[in-house]
Each structure stands twice: as C-alpha cells, then as structure tokens.
Write a new protein. Sequence first.
Length: 104
Amino acid sequence: MFGLGPTELIIIAVIILLLFGAKRIPEIGKGLGGAISEFKKVKKEISKKDEDDKGHDDNEVPAKKDDQPTLEAKVMNKVMEQVPGVKKAMDVKRKVEQVKKIVK
C-alpha cells in the first residue's frame, strides 16, 4: 500500500490520534464519508446533465457557465459544512492572505 509497511502505518495512526484526539476522529471520518458521497452525487448529476445536453440540437445556445457553481465549488462547500475544523482553517487562511496584502 503506497510502499508503506505496517510500522509506518502504525506511526501515522498514532500521530493522527495525537493530533485530533479519539473523540474527533469518528467525526472527521463521518464528515469525509459524507463529502465523498456528496461528490459522487454531484458527479452523477453532472454526467446526467452532459448526457441530456448531447441529446439536444446543436442550434441551441448552451447556458452560461456562471449560472451554476463549478464542481469544485460544490465539493468545497460540502466539505466545509461536514468536516469539522475545515471552515476554521479556511477562515484562518483568508485572514493570513489579508495580512500579507496589508504588509506588502
């Protein structure tokens, strides 16, 4: 599995346990599972929409891309909603970027 032996996997598991704690790991796993299932759902919707678009005449004008959020934006929103701590980390990242702009 990616060239990692059992010893390396155990060390990684211990580090994750120390970083997040035993109570947060199930929450994170649940959030990631929900984000993955939402990603699959969005992917199916997009593939259905693409198949529907192929069935239409070529003379029709396609809808603007700005009307619908991108796949990445949908997934990012779902991850931010479901995985604890991601929203806080994104807020901190934005604040750091604002401070960098001010310092320049």
